[in-house]
Design a protein around this ligand. Structure first.
Ligand SMILES: Nc1ncnc2c1ncn2[C@@H]1O[C@H](COP(=O)(O)OP(=O)(O)OP(=O)(O)O)[C@@H](O)[C@H]1O
Length: 345
């Protein structure tokens, strides 16, 4: 077994040339307490990574930090680097960040209406995204490309849809417009935060399919935030599990979901649709997520964990076998670790 210094668990893999996003020791603080802490991971080209955890785990704050969109008063620290950009996105100026957003990083959030301008035709909004970042020269070329892109995301009558205002479209159609805008400049990374949660169940699968197709065609990487483990199992190859503002487990989806090691992940999987057998009720994780700043010291999950011992009052180090790592003193199904912390980073 190898162990990390208790204050800085490493989550990730060896650095590689095809790393698109490298996040190191990311934290988000407010009034002297950390809402997100020690978050480190990498995403490679074409890789689709899920970020899961209950409400209040720190998923959205992590994503907002990557894009420089944290609300006023929240302080990021650590480092976020994108392939091809010299600047660290943590601490970058608004000018630098706005070049990255919409060009290197595309974004799809839960509620499409908040991402769209209600007073502008949707075709113009897609064209604008291309013009702002200079990937199309000339309004006419951008307009033509925007209609093609609206067709690409499966909108019927793309030329007619381009002339519509957001309120004239259904929720699923609006989210497809947002996806078209997010993909307009062939981003290196697409970040999706619960992109289908607000949609009618009948269109959820369609939008998921379009998202996956969109990133595959552009060879983009994706970070996909959701509560829904079944969705992660469908669209992602790798998963990060967050709890209490930290990543507690990470690895290939199939491995993490079939052989979870952290007791929190084990609870999430048992309580998810993945465990649905058609009989009886799913178990739940005892207790609830504490408010930010009220997680226990040491292992953040220990006050809800039936395996917790005195050891858990100290911070568990990050332990990895291959690409599957966890931070838990009493893991389930623990194979012997084979990676030192430096190797795992
Ligand atoms: N502006 C803020 N000021 C203070 N605390 C905040 C702020 N924004 C979020 N938090 C707190 O930080 C913690 C993490 O929030 P975050 O939104 O990242 O969780 P999440 O895992 O994305 O949850 P959900 O799935 O519900 O979106 C929560 O306890 C939340 O209340």
């Amino acid at each position: 077994m190898t162990s990390a210094p208790p204050t800085a668990p490493a989550i990730g893999r060896p650095a590689r040339e095809d790393d698109v996003l490298v996040v190191r020791d990311l934290a988000v603080g407010v009034h002297g307490r950390d809402l997100v802490e020690d978050v480190s991971f990498t995403i490679r080209r074409r890789e689709r990574v899920g970020l899961i955890g209950e409400s209040g785990s720190g998923k959205s704050l992590t994503a907002l930090t990557l894009m420089g969109l944290l609300p006023e008063g929240l302080e990021p620290s650590g480092s976020v680097r994108l392939a091809g950009r010299d600047t660290d996105l943590v601490g970058a100026s608004e000018k630098q960040l706005s070049r990255v957003r919409g060009c290197d990083i595309g974004m799809v959030f839960q509620e499409p209406m908040t991402a769209l301008n209600p007073t502008m035709r949707v075709g113009d909004q897609v064209a604008e995204a291309m013009l702002v970042h200079g990937t199309r020269s000339g309004r006419r070329a951008a307009r033509e490309a925007s209609v093609a892109l609206l067709a690409d995301v499966g909108l019927p009558d793309p030329a007619g849809t381009a002339r519509a205002y957001p309120h004239q479209l259904s929720g699923g159609q609006r989210q497809r417009v947002v996806l078209a805008i997010a993909l307009a400049n062939d981003p290196a990374l697409l970040i999706c935060d619960e992109p289908t949660t607000a949609l009618d169940v009948t269109v959820q699968a369609l939008v998921l399919d379009l998202i996956v197709r969109g990133v595959q065609e552009r060879q983009s990487a994706m970070l996909f935030i959701t509560h829904d483990l079944a969705v992660v199992a469908t669209v992602c190859e790798r998963v990060l599990v967050m709890y209490g503002g930290r990543v507690v487990e990470a690895g290939p989806v199939q491995e993490v979901f079939t052989r979870p090691r952290h007791r929190y992940t084990q609870g999430l999987v048992a309580a998810s649709d993945l465990s649905m057998t058609g009989e009886g009720r799913l178990p739940t994780i005892p207790g609830s997520v504490p408010p930010a700043g009220q997680f226990p010291a040491g292992c953040v999950f220990r006050n809800r964990c039936s395996h917790a011992s005195d050891l858990c009052a100290t911070r568990p180090s990050w332990t990895a076998t291959g690409e599957h790592g966890h931070a838990c003193f009493h893991p389930a199904d623990a194979a012997p670790a084979d990676a030192t912390v430096e190797e795992a980073r």
